[in-house]
Design a protein around this ligand. Structure first.
Ligand SMILES: Cc1cc2nc3c(=O)[nH]c(=O)nc-3n(C[C@H](O)[C@H](O)[C@H](O)COP(=O)(O)OP(=O)(O)OC[C@H]3O[C@@H](n4cnc5c(N)ncnc54)[C@H](O)[C@@H]3O)c2cc1C
Length: 379
């Protein structure tokens, strides 16, 4: 047993870091101000091999592991939550559904393009009346002579305005858990429409919209996976998604901690740098303890997921919960240590503070992770 990253993972982290410093950081201020993802960046992610980490080599990926996704997520979120989530949703939250469950034709059409960053994917599960309660979705897919017709509304869909393909969950029968099926819906399909980008508290450069399905006809071969197994496929997909989101929490926390260490070293008050005060140094130490413990659990959850460990599901839920909460505490402490400067919108710690908040909600709220962990306790 080793608690250290392998040489390969350390090298991969260095690769991610230099990519982020070179390609991502210079774009962040403009992306935040314009509230728009710099779309050309997606191909550069692809060229650097950062979008196909968990995709098998024969499908155009690198057959790497979930720990690499956690490391990438951390390094990306250090620079920007909005940019990070755009890439991560396409590559590790939506895309893997096609790599895992797609037919040869679906894989041929999309998987290589997603790995290369030539196409962007989205996944549309949440509805205005059904978020945590995934099985409560009411969008419908009715069989036609040569396929299906989809109707309904999806809410808060990341990448909706950028995506070439959207994975849509819809009800093919009334049973809560065996009545959901996933479909591939291509951009431009008649009846597929979008709301305006939502103006959000954080993730400013990420595109989030309502998706409207009004008599959207798709073919019989646009079913993704097995009819009636959509709920199970979504739950499977949540595992890597939660590791990526936990990784993002680590990134916001790690960057904020570094910024707070530098600031308290340079800022003087009462005739000395802030970090000469024991109370300030202790706060920094506590922030680091919280970050390191969240990172350990996130990495353990990634290793357990790939090893099919019997407790992988539980560890992923614990990691998502812990990393999201730790990140929120750490970014809040960082803002506090910056004083008034931390409250100014363009300050990096203010961005991390805004971006970290969604991590306690998206991909399954804190409360849903606790539900997963306590299922069966009352019996
Ligand atoms: C910026 C952003 C991006 C998103 N991207 C996507 C996306 O790409 N695709 C997608 O499908 N969805 C996406 N979502 C939706 C997200 O997954 C949901 O918002 C989330 O799952 C919560 O659902 P809800 O908002 O309907 O809240 P609700 O489910 O209505 O929950 C409201 C509150 O009730 C609590 N609650 C609900 N059920 C229980 C329970 N059983 N026990 C205890 N407490 C409970 C919740 O924890 C929460 O605190 C995104 C959301 C946001 C804000």
């Amino acid at each position: 047993m080793s608690w250290e990253l392998s040489t390969e993972h350390l090298d991969f982290r260095a690769t991610c870091k230099s990519f982020v410093d070179r390609e991502v950081r210079p774009l962040v201020a403009e992306a935040e101000a314009n509230k728009a993802f710099p779309v050309d960046l997606m191909k550069r992610f692809g060229a650097a091999g950062l979008l196909g980490l968990t995709t098998p080599e024969e499908l155009g990926g690198s057959g790497n592991d979930s720990l690499a996704v956690a490391i990438l997520s951390e390094e990306l979120a250090r620079a920007s939550g909005g940019i990070a989530v755009t890439a991560l949703v396409s590559a590790y939250m939506a895309g893997p559904h096609i790599a895992r469950h797609g037919t040869a034709a679906q894989q041929e059409r999309w998987v290589g393009a997603l790995c290369d960053g030539e196409a962007i994917a989205a996944i549309a599960v949440t509805e205005p009346q059904a978020g945590s309660d995934v099985a409560g979705m009411t969008s419908t897919a009715k069989r036609t002579e040569n396929g299906w017709v989809l109707n309904g509304r999806k809410m808060f869909i990341t990448n909706a305005g950028l995506a070439g393909v959207i994975i849509v969950g819809a009800r093919t029968s009334t049973d809560r858990h065996t009545g959901v099926t996933l479909f591939l819906v291509e951009k431009g399909t008649p009846g597929l429409a979008f709301g305006n980008p939502l103006s959000k508290m954080g993730w400013h450069s990420s595109d989030t919209r309502e998706v409207l399905l009004d008599d959207v006809h798709v073919g019989a071969d646009d079913v993704l996976g097995t009819e009636g197994r959509g709920f199970q496929q979504i739950m499977e997909g949540f595992q890597l998604e939660r590791i990526a989101l936990a990784g993002m929490g680590l990134g916001h926390a790690a960057e904020s901690l570094d910024l707070a260490k530098a600031y308290t070293r340079d800022r003087e008050a009462f005739g000395a740098p802030l970090n000469h005060l024991q109370t300030i140094r202790h706060k920094l130490a506590i922030m680091e303890i919280e970050l390191d413990s969240a990172r350990l659990m996130t990495h353990q959850s990634a290793l357990r997921l790939d090893a099919n460990h019997p407790e992988a599901f539980k560890t992923v839920a614990q990691a998502k919960y812990l990393a999201a909460i730790a990140a929120n505490r750490i970014v809040d402490d960082a803002v506090q240590l910056f004083g008034g400067a931390g409250f100014v919108e363009e300050t990096p710690v203010a961005m991390h503070y805004r971006d970290a908040r969604i991590l306690r909600i998206g991909g399954g709220t804190d409360e849903i992770q606790l539900e997963i962990l306590t299922k069966g306790m009352a019996t």
